[in-house]
Ligand binder design. Structure first.
Ligand code: GLA
Length: 360
C-alpha cells in the first residue's frame, strides 16, 4: 500500500500535519476526448491514489516533500514555473478565491508531504488526484461548504489556470464523486450522473504500456482547439451537438476529430446498456472500436499502444483500448476474471516493459 504522507511529513518536519487527505486515481472505461466536447464519459475510481498531509506555517514559503518529484521550496507568492508546486499554488489560490471569507491561513506559508502509488503521466489522472487531495486537505483546515461538484470544478480550474491543460470535467468529477466498483456514466452537458455496478464475472485489467505520455499538454490543447474549429465551421456550440450529416460536410482534420466525438458518444451509450444488461461481449466490442477511433481519427495513440491492442485481439480478451488522454500511458482490457494472470503473462512476453496497474 501507499507509504503514508503523514509519516513522510513527520520525518521531514518534526511535527504532525494538521490535515491529511486522500484522493484516488481513475480509469476511463470508455468515452475519451468527449468531455470537453460536452459529451458522454464512463470512468470509475481506482483503488490507487495520492495522499497529502499539510500544515500552515508562517514562513511565506511552500515547503514540499515527496519521493515522486524533486524536493522543492519556493515563495508562497511566486509565479507558476512548471514544477509540481504549481498544483499547491493553484489549490491555495482557487480555494481562497471561492471562499473569500475563510481564514486564508495558508497564504502565510504551507508545509506539505505527498505520497502516491499512482503512476504519473500515464492516463490514470494523477494530476486530478493531486488537485482533489490538496483541496480536501485545505478544506479540512478551513472547513468551508465544499460539496463534491464544487470540489471538481475548483480542481478543473487549477488545471486550466495554473497547469495549462484545458481539460474537461471527467477526471475531477469521478475522483470527487465516483463510487468504487461502479462505473460513473456522466453526461457532461447536463451534469447527469448514473452509477452502475461493474460486471460480475468479468474484470477490467489495467496495465501500463511502459512508455509515459509525451507532449501531452500541447497536443491535448491542440485537439481542444481543433474541436472548437470544427464546431465553429458547423455553427454549433460543441461537437456533441453534431449529427452524421453535419460531420460528413467537414473535411480533413475537422472531419476526423468530429467523427471520433460523435461515434464515441454513441459507444458510451451502448456500453451503458451493455453494463445494465450484463453484456460484456458488446461492451468489449465497443472498447476495440473506441481504440481504433482514438488512433485513426483522433490521432492520440502511439505505435506501442496500437501494437499492444492489436496483439490483445488475438488473445482471450473481450475488449481493449488506450485510456485517458493517450499519447502513451495505460491500456484497459475487459477479461474473464480468472484469466488475469495468463493474459498479463502473455502480453508481458511480447511487451517486456508493461506493468500491472490494477484489476477492477
Ligand atoms: C484527460 C483530461 C480529461 C479527458 C481525458 C480524455 O484525462 O483531463 O478531461 O479529456 O484526458 O478523455
Amino acid at each position: 500500500m501507499i507509504n503514508s504522507s503523514k509519516e513522510l511529513f513527520e520525518q521531514n518536519f518534526n511535527q504532525s500535519p494538521t490535515a491529511t487527505s486522500f484522493a484516488s486515481g481513475r480509469i476511463n472505461l470508455i468515452g475519451d476526448h468527449t468531455d470537453y466536447n460536452y459529451g458522454l464519459v464512463m470512468p470509475t475510481p481506482l483503488s490507487l491514489g495520492i495522499e497529502v498531509s499539510i500544515t500552515p506555517s508562517n514562513t511565506l514559503l511552500i515547503e514540499g516533500k515527496t519521493a515522486l518529484f524533486k524536493e522543492s521550496v519556493r515563495s508562497i507568492n511566486a509565479p507558476v514555473d512548471g514544477s509540481w508546486l504549481d498544483f499547491v499554488t493553484g489549490a491555495i489560490n482557487v480555494f481562497y478565491e471561492e471562499f473569500p471569507n475563510s481564514s486564508k491561513i495558508l497564504k502565510n506559508g504551507i508545509k506539505l508531504a505527498i505520497s502516491s502509488n499512482l503512476p504519473a503521466n500515464s492516463g490514470v489522472s494523477s494530476s486530478a488526484a493531486l488537485e482533489i487531495s490538496l483541496l480536501r486537505a485545505i478544506n479540512k483546515i478551513e472547513n468551508q461548504d465544499l460539496d463534491n461538484c464544487k470540489l471538481a470544478k475548483l480542481a478543473q480550474k487549477i488545471e486550466h489556470n495554473f497547469i495549462g491543460t484545458m481539460c474537461g470535467l471527467m477526471d475531477q468529477m469521478v475522483i470527487s464523486s465516483g463510487i468504487a466498483k461502479k462505473a460513473m456514466f456522466f453526461d457532461t452537458k447536463n451534469g447527469n450522473i448514473e452509477n452502475v455496478s461493474l460486471f460480475k464475472n468479468h474484470k477490467f485489467l489495467i496495465i501500463h504500456s511502459g512508455s509515459s505520455r509525451t507532449l501531452s499538454k500541447s497536443l491535448y490543447n491542440l485537439r481542444c482547439q481543433e474541436c472548437q474549429g470544427a464546431s465553429k465551421q458547423l455553427s454549433i456550440q460543441n461537437l456533441s451537438e453534431a449529427n452524421k450529416n453535419m460531420v460528413d460536410s467537414l473535411e480533413g482534420v475537422y472531419f476526423k476529430r468530429a467523427s471520433h466525438v460523435i461515434s464515441e458518444n454513441k459507444r458510451v451509450e451502448i456500453c451503458l446498456s451493455a453494463l445494465k444488461n450484463n453484456d460484456p461481449i458488446k461492451f468489449g466490442e465497443k472498447m476495440f472500436e473506441s481504440h481504433f477511433s482514438l488512433s485513426k481519427n483522433y490521432e492520440v495513440s502511439s505505435k506501442l499502444l496500437d501494437n499492444i491492442i492489436e496483439k490483445s485481439q488475438s488473445l482471450n480478451i473481450l475488449g481493449g483500448r488506450l485510456t485517458g488522454a493517450g499519447f502513451g500511458g495505460c491500456c484497459i482490457f475487459l477479461i474473464n476474471q480468472n484469466d488475469c494472470k495468463q493474459i498479463f503473462d502473455t502480453l508481458s512476453s511480447y511487451f517486456s516493459d508493461i506493468k500491472f496497474v490494477d484489476l477492477i
